[in-house]
Structure formats: C-alpha cells, structure tokens
Design a protein around this ligand. Structure first.
Ligand code: GDP
Ligand code: MG
Length: 357
C-alpha cells in the first residue's frame, strides 16, 4: 500500500526545501521516497523528481494560450491535472506498492482552502489506496504578529476542513525566528493553540477598536474547532525532521522496517540485538497509541531553547563540533594515505622482482 504526504502551504513557506530535506534524510535512512512535483510554476527543482507536472502542462503555456494571469493559469493547470488524472495514476503505479510519495503542491492558498481540484485529486489518490497526510506549512515569521498569527490559524483550519485528511500543521523556518525580535509569549503558546484569549490585548493594540468583537469571534471560532496545533521545523535540524517524520508516520499509520543489514543512524530505531526484520521503528509502530511522542525534537521547550533563547550558544557549540568532526575526517584521510604510501613501495618492489624473473 503506497503512503504519502500532500505538502501544501503558502508560497515561500518552505515546501520544496522540505521535500528535498526529506529526500536526503530518507535516503540516509534507506527509506523509500519519491517526489512528485505538482507545481507547474516550479522552474528549477532542488530535488530529484520522480514525476513532474511540467511534462503534462506548464504555467507559461497556459498563460500564453489562454491569456490567463499566473493565478488563473495555476487554477487551470490543476483543473487540467484533475481531468487527466490517469496521466498521474499511470506514473504513480510505476513507483510500486511500497512507494512513499511527497506531492509538492503549488503555493496558491485557494488550492487547499476552497478550490475543488486538489481536493478531488486527493480523493482519487485515496481511492487508489494511497494513505495520505496533509502537511501544511506556515512561515514561523507570522507568529511574531498577533493578527498575522490569527490569519494563519484560520488558513490552517480552512485547509484542514477542505482536504479532509489527517492534517499536520508546521511552523517552518523556526531557525530564523530569533531574528524578528522577542515573541509576546513562549513558543508553546503558539504551537499548542490553547488559550487564544490572551491575544486580545495585543490584537486590540494593533487594530482599531471596532474590530475587537470580530477578533474575539474569530478566536472563539478557532478554539471551538480545537483542531489546530503546530509542529516546528528548521529543515537543517535533524531532530526536528525526525520528529516531524514520526508525527506524520503516526498520522498515516506507516511503520518502517529497516532493510536487513542496514546501518541506521543512532536514535532512529530501537537499538537492541534482535534482527532488523523484527526491529521496526518503534516510534511509528505505536502510531495508534495516544501517548505523546518522545525523543529529541518533540518537546517545544527544547526547541524554544535551541532556536530562540540560546540560539547563538548552540550555533557556536555546533560549529565547534563540526570543526572537530572535520579535523577527525582529515586526520583519518591523512593516516589512510600514509598507510597506502608505506604499502606502495613494497608492491612496486614485487612488481620489479616479477619483471626480473
Ligand atoms: N532558514 C531557513 N530557510 C528555509 C527553510 N526552509 C526553506 N527555506 C528558504 O525559504 C525559501 C523558500 O523555500 P521554498 O522551499 O522554495 O518554498 P516553497 O515556495 O514553499 O516551495 C528558500 O529560499 C529556502 O531556502 C528553513 O527551514 N530555514
Ligand atoms: Mg516550491
């Protein structure tokens, strides 16, 4: 049964970068992964692409042929893909039953909030036995301003209700957050979306008083649904990538069993002496359990410390570790080449002996 992620979110929120980061991570973990680019405006793809919508249709052609602007052209492309779903279906079949597919969507928000094509495509994929989760990206910059934060919450809620998939919201580029000044609240306030009434004062300060009733109505609407929460991501932070992977695996029910004889990076599987076939990724195995996820990157307070409160200290520490690692690699290489040199004259000697004989 194929599994996958619908990677959506506003333009520039980090979808394509995430797809590439996940491709690198999964390749290192020897987990299957294929990326399908469904954004016809993506000219330069950072990742190796298994299926590319631009071999079916391109935004430029649609705009030229039908006299449409970029936004209308994008909607046309998605409708065209929906009408030609068999094109996608055929290519997905070639990826096999064990495929794990990332669908990199265009950034136009209406595609995942109110336009029907993406929803219909997702429905068709689910009927084709795909187990999917929607991974919705929002730039973490938005949490620095209360009114932008409320708009992001509404957007995420709308996408959740529209796509009708297990839904994971992600605050992306968390590593840049400390650049935007102090947050009004701790990071967990924004990720857990618990008591939004605390935002009332900040919202009233930034908007004319006539909006205050509207603000409170929006806040209570979001709270009434009680659906929105956020994971955090800095694409270069391995712990955050692994944690997000666990969250998504749990949502889709994916269990990864590492291939026999493979060496997995520490912390990604349970380490004991049993063989790999009976040593699956336990984080994913308990996907149906309701217990909170554990492991590095899962506690938002740690993330606040790493990326906001003590970012510079951690960055300096990491740089030092990398330097040490670099020196070790260089030393090893130097030692290996010395050993080679020492062996080389002996073998040359043998070769000349052979010639004399
Ligand atoms: N610092 C930082 N930059 C990021 C991160 N993810 C994406 N970006 C940058 O954000 C920009 C937009 O990313 P892209 O993946 O093209 O966004 P998309 O339009 O949603 O596909 C690029 O310049 C990326 O390098 C991240 O985790 N940290
Ligand atoms: Mg992109």
């Amino acid at each position: 049964m194929p599994f996958g992620e619908i990677v959506c979110g506003s333009p520039g929120s980090g979808k394509s970068t995430y797809c590439y980061g996940k491709y690198q991570l999964f390749t290192a973990l020897q987990r299957p992964i294929s990326i399908v680019n469904l954004d016809p405006a993506n000219d330069t793809l950072p990742y190796p692409c298994a299926i590319d919508i631009s071999s079916l249709i391109t935004l430029g052609d649609v705009m030229d042929k039908h006299g449409l602007g970029p936004n209308g052209g994008m909607l046309y492309c998605m409708e065209y893909l929906e009408a030609n779903f068999d094109w996608l279906e055929e290519r997905l079949k070639e990826l096999g039953d064990d495929a794990y597919v990332l669908f990199d969507l265009p950034g136009q928000v209406e595609l995942s909030t109110n336009h029907e094509s993406v929803k219909n495509i997702v429905e068709k994929l689910t009927k084709n036995s795909f187990r999917l989760a929607a991974v919705h990206f929002c730039d973490a910059h938005y949490i620095t301003d209360a009114s932008k934060y409320v708009s992001v919450l509404l957007l995420s809620l709308r996408a959740m209700l529209q796509l009708e998939l297990p839904h994971i919201n992600v605050l992306s580029k968390i590593d840049l957050l400390s650049q935007y000044g102090d947050l009004d609240f701790n990071l967990d306030f924004y990720t857990e979306v618990q008591d939004l009434s605390y935002l009332e004062n900040t919202l009233s300060a930034s908007l004319p008083p006539r909006f205050s009733a509207l603000n409170m109505a929006m806040i209570s609407l979001i709270e009434d649904y009680g659906l929105v929460g956020f994971e955090t991501l800095a694409v270069e932070d391995k712990n955050l990538m692994l944690n997000l992977t666990r969250v998504i695996d749990r949502a889709t029910g994916y269990v990864f069993v590492p291939p026999a004889g493979s060496n997995q990076p520490p912390g990604t599987i349970e380490e004991n002496n049993t063989g790999p076939a009976i040593r699956p990724n336990t984080y994913a195995l308990f996907s149906s359990a309701v217990a909170p996820l554990q492991g590095p990157g899962s506690d938002v307070r740690d993330i606040q410390e790493r990326w906001i409160d003590a970012k510079e200290e951690y960055d300096a520490f990491e740089r030092k570790e990398w330097r040490k690692e670099g020196e070790m690699v260089r030393d090893q290489a130097a030692r290996a080449s010395k050993i080679r040199e020492r062996k080389a004259p002996a073998s040359n000697l043998n070769a000349s002996d052979d010639m004399q004989l």
